[in-house]
Design a protein around this ligand. Structure first.
Ligand code: PLP
Length: 438
């Protein structure tokens, strides 16, 4: 069946032309601009469950899922009801409120290392604030991050590796002073020797080591658990804080995120995406003695007019409650999702293999890889062939009603709304798209 002829993008294109006249690049976050895949972005009008609907009324099965927050699917009835109820009670108090207590209690219950929780409004704010806290707590300035991990767009993290094995970074964005990026050391993922060298050189000056324990922002670069354990040991030896950036992995790979998945406890942890159930929420959390250094208890300043916003908290509470619920047979949310997506997983691996692709995956985070050889563990291992193939696949999938994240470097997300039936349809469309470009 040829679905391609039916799809018009006239309305979408008209909206995007208007956007271009009032917004840089027409977008409010760069990767939405389709620069990595070509063509004009599709302008959305509504979404429900596993589906997006664009300005022309075209429907898509969505695997981008707003880049991770929507583990229950778009416009989940429980989340919408909670948000509606909360909004009617007042959209912001600027004072202590009940929902922020209720969400913080849930976060702490699901993540025992999150002894104290502070809410912010984005993942960027969460990681930025956690780093300031680590610096205030340790009285040190340097931070180690890893190439291929994304921690939001605060100055300290828009840094790429300098030359040499263990060296100070240089900024990866105009507008970030070298004086700031020089405090960030960028190491290769999974490289024990580089880690050792950095410890010898900078150990006593390190405030923190920050990592996405499941790096999911430049492909899905799954690390050996031993590497994460080495970070835990190295930070314990040097007195630096281990910060797990779980903005994607938190509540996604398990109720306790990657920390629970690997059985490794960080000193501080950052959340975003799922914690807000599709509304703007971030959080940083961790050991009570460290968190006590935050204002008003301590001397590390951090604040937010809309932090703990009651409508956003309501979305988070409804989402976390759904994740914590078991079904009649005692299976938890994550087991149910695994079962529901099991045949899609098998079928997708099969259709990918027909064009030489493979699937990298943890839980409901998927990353099809079209390069040769072992799946990459570092960004520079991602092959040009993979990127070129994805660039051709993306429009073919889009025109068949499958909305993929618009970059070869982005992971795909599944949600509880991706039923077996929808996923069976998705695999057919993807098979068709792969055949057309393969
Ligand atoms: C998305 C993301 C961020 C930034 O969160 P925003 O809400 O986009 O500011 C930080 N860290 C990780 C691991 C992320 O995936």
């Amino acid at each position: 069946m040829n679905r391609m002829a039916e799809r018009s993008h006239a309305q979408s294109n008209a909206w995007f032309a208007r956007a271009l006249a009032v917004t840089p690049g027409g977008v409010h976050s760069p990767v939405r601009a389709f620069k990595a895949v070509g063509g004009a972005p599709v302008v959305m009008a509504s979404a429900q469950g596993a589906h997006l609907r664009d300005a022309d009324g075209n429907e898509y099965i969505d695997f981008c899922m707003s880049w991770g927050p929507l583990i229950l699917g778009h416009a989940d009835a429980r989340v919408v009801a909670a948000v509606t109820r909360a909004a009617a009670l007042g959209t912001s108090f600027g004072a202590c409120s009940m929902p922020e207590v209720e969400l913080a209690e849930r976060v702490a219950r699901m993540n025992p290392w999150a002894q104290r929780v502070r809410f912010v409004s984005s993942g960027t704010e969460a990681v930025m604030s956690a780093l300031r806290l680590a610096r205030g707590f340790t009285g040190r300035d340097l931070v180690i991050k890893f190439a291929g991990c994304y921690h939001g767009h605060a100055d300290a993290f828009l840094v790429k590796a300098g030359s040499g094995l263990a060296t100070f970074g240089t900024s990866s964005s105009a507008g970030v002073p070298e004086a700031v990026s020089a405090l960030t050391i960028v190491l290769p993922l999974g490289d024990f020797a580089a880690l050792g060298a950095a410890e010898r050189e900078f150990g006593g000056r390190l405030a923190a080591v920050v990592i996405e324990p499941i790096p999911a922002n430049d492909g899905l670069l799954l690390q050996a658990p031993e590497f994460l354990r080495a970070l835990r040991q190295m930070t314990a030896r040097t007195g630096a804080l281990l910060i797990f950036d779980e903005v994607i992995s938190g509540f996604r790979v398990a109720a306790g995120g990657a920390a629970a998945h690997y059985g490794i406890e960080p000193d501080l942890v950052t959340y975003g995406k799922i914690i807000g159930g599709g509304l703007p929420v971030g959080a940083f959390a961790g050991r009570a003695d460290i968190m006590a250094h935050l204002a008003p208890e301590g001397r590390v300043y951090q604040a937010g007019t809309l932090s703990g916003n009651p409508v956003a908290m309501a979305a988070g509470i409804a989402t976390l409650d759904a994740l914590a619920a078991a079904d009649g047979r005692g299976r938890d949310f994550y087991e149910i999702l695994e079962t529901q997506t099991g045949s899609f997983l098998k079928d997708l691996i099969y259709v990918l293999s027909k064009v030489g692709g493979q699937l990298v995956r943890v839980g409901s985070i998927y990353w099809p890889y079209f390069g040769e050889g072992e799946p990459p563990v570092r960004p520079e291992q991602i092959s040009a062939g993979h990127v070129a193939f994805f660039r051709r696949l993306f429009p073919a999938a889009l025109e068949r009603g499958v909305y993929l994240p618009p970059s070869a470097h982005e992971v795909w997300f599944l949600s509880a709304a991706h039923t077996e039936k929808i996923l069976a349809e998705a695999v057919n469309r993807l098979e068709d798209a792969l055949a057309a470009v393969g």
